[in-house]
Design a protein around this ligand. Structure first.
Ligand code: AHR
Length: 502
């Protein structure tokens, strides 16, 4: 039987915040060095930024870019990363057992965002691992104060007359994780985050602040961590963070294809925890979610690589350079759908990461840049997923999974633009069977299928590589019809679909 749902303009989830299409640049492996920044590369601009990468990031449509970590931030000193490049110190980066040269830093990050264009917004993390309130304030003053103090004048002397205007700040990173430099208990972190937030707001009450939630739903402290941290910070922060990575484990592809079930459960559990604390505090305020690290990541492979060859403090080593298949892109698209389906509460999200490190864009030092398979679902969602998310309640055949039990074969959402056009995003999780789909649209004034684009392949392992960078790309589906207020189509097996209606 076909999968079905009904779209009605009266039933909406919420408006998509453009920050849902954020990404993440960490000082990790080759994300920065030979990724976005490579002086001497044939396409590098005068500042050393790779123009080929800038073009791809614009095409990707990434908005908010989180920086500089990640685990890196919990050991870094922001002041190492500013001032004359030749005077910047080389430091050990404990998080990734690498040497940080600091040739790229705060000013270069802001220059990168400015080159991307007006859609790009900074999201800066402060170090609450080895540092605290004072250093966060100093960074804020250096970055944002116009002039007339030692730190703001130092920025001007460094060549940045205009303040950076950073509004969105992360209060540390994954402070619940024992791997984090300066890891803390929920009580310790909650107090530190509250005092940092209070002080930062003394400089600027209009900042938007993100408190660290759990680094995964599987953490033993999950939910209790959020409750304790929010009890301390509820009136002082705007968002709580979530991080999640998914991979195929032991060949169980059916469960991997249902990863978004976990992501949606995670989001709903964090929303419930936020609202529970709000209720206990009798607060009218609502805390939103910053899903500021999400992706497919073969973490087991990364762990094996690290054990096989312990790093001896190299500069910009090849780390976490996952190559993504068509299957990975379909799961990735489903994760995008999960975020959109919760656009009422998930108001910031960052694809981790942007270049080379578990990334949609890959580069070769001195060589080309190319799009991974995951590039396409992100770029299409960032382009067409703007407006009101419509409430999609799917009636779909199901399939059995080891991890999640019976799961609908169809995963879908729909977004209505300001001009009344509608885009349906849909994934068919079946590895073998096409999935017929009927969508009733009677309440919407739509008469035409503008485009149906699908990402699928006879070879679910197909991927784009240095030697074959255009092997995988979305293709058009021509048999999709819209007649008498009903959309009819067939979703190819294991496919990500974008259906644009006008
Ligand atoms: O994105 C890679 C790493 O994953 C980040 O540094 C850390 O925050 C998370 O564990």
């Amino acid at each position: 039987r076909p999968a079905r749902f009904t779209l009605d303009p009266a039933f909406t989830v919420g408006t998509v915040d453009p920050r849902l299409f954020g990404s993440f640049v960490e000082h990790l492996g080759r994300c920065v060095y030979t990724g976005i920044y490579e002086p001497g590369h044939p396409t590098a601009d005068a500042a050393g930024l790779r123009e080929d990468v800038l073009d791809l990031v614009r095409e990707l449509g990434a908005t908010t870019i989180r920086y500089p970590g990640g685990n890196f931030v919990s050991g870094c000193k922001w002041e190492d990363s500013v001032g004359p490049v030749d005077e910047r110190p080389r430091r050990l980066d404990l998080a990734w057992r690498s040497t940080e040269t600091n040739r790229f830093g705060l000013s270069e990050y802001i220059a990168f965002l400015r080159r991307l264009g007006p859609q790009a917004e900074p999201m800066m993390a402060v170090n609450l691992g080895t540092r605290g309130v004072a250093e966060a304030l100093e960074l804020q003053e250096y970055a944002n104060h116009p002039a007339g103090t030692e730190l703001s004048d130092r920025r001007i002397a460094h060549g940045d007359k205009e303040p950076f205007g950073i509004r969105l700040w992360c209060l540390g990173n994954e402070m619940d994780g024992p791997w984090q430099t300066g890891h803390k208990t929920a009580e310790e972190y909650g107090r530190l985050a509250a005092e940092t937030a209070r002080a930062m707001r003394q400089i600027d009450p209009d900042l938007e602040l993100v408190a660290c939630g759990s680094s995964g739903r599987a953490m033993e402290t999950f939910a209790a961590w959020e409750a304790t941290v929010l009890t301390e910070t509820y009136d002082l922060v705007d968002h709580i963070s979530l991080h999640a990575y998914y991979e195929e484990i032991d060949g169980d592809r059916d469960s991997f294809l249902a990863s978004a079930v976990d992501m949606e459960t995670f989001i709903e559990a964090v929303v419930a925890t936020c609202d529970h604390i709000g209720a206990r505090l009798k607060s009218p305020k609502r805390i939103n979610l910053s899903f500021d690290e999400w992706n497919v990541w073969y973490q087991r492979r990364t762990a094996e690589e690290a054990t096989a060859a312990p790093l001896d403090w190299p500069e910009a080593p090849r780390l976490l350079e996952d190559s993504y298949s068509v299957t990975d892109a379909v799961v990735f698209g489903s994760l995008m759908i999960a975020l959109l389906r919760h656009a009422d509460r998930v108001t910031v999200a960052c694809l981790a990461q942007l270049v080379n490190v578990i990334a949609p864009i890959m580069t070769e030092p001195g060589g080309p840049a190319w799009r991974q398979t995951t590039f396409f679902p992100f770029a299409q969602a960032a382009r067409y997923g703007r407006g009101q998310v419509l409430d999609v309640r799917v009636d779909s055949p199901t399939y059995g999974t080891k991890t999640y039990g019976e799961v609908p074969l169809l995963h879908a959402t729909a977004v209505r633009g300001e001009d009344g056009t509608v885009t349906v995003f849909a994934v068919n999780r079946s590895q073998t069977e096409p999935l017929p789909l009927d969508v009733a649209l009677h309440g919407l004034d739509l008469s035409e299928v503008v485009e149906h684009s699908a990402l699928s392949d006879e070879d679910p392992e197909a991927r784009n590589t240095l030697t074959d960078p255009e092997r995988v790309a979305p293709h058009p589906v021509t048999a999709t019809r819209l007649e008498d207020g009903v959309l009819n189509t067939v979703l190819e097996p294991l496919s990500w679909n974008v259906i644009r209606l006008a």
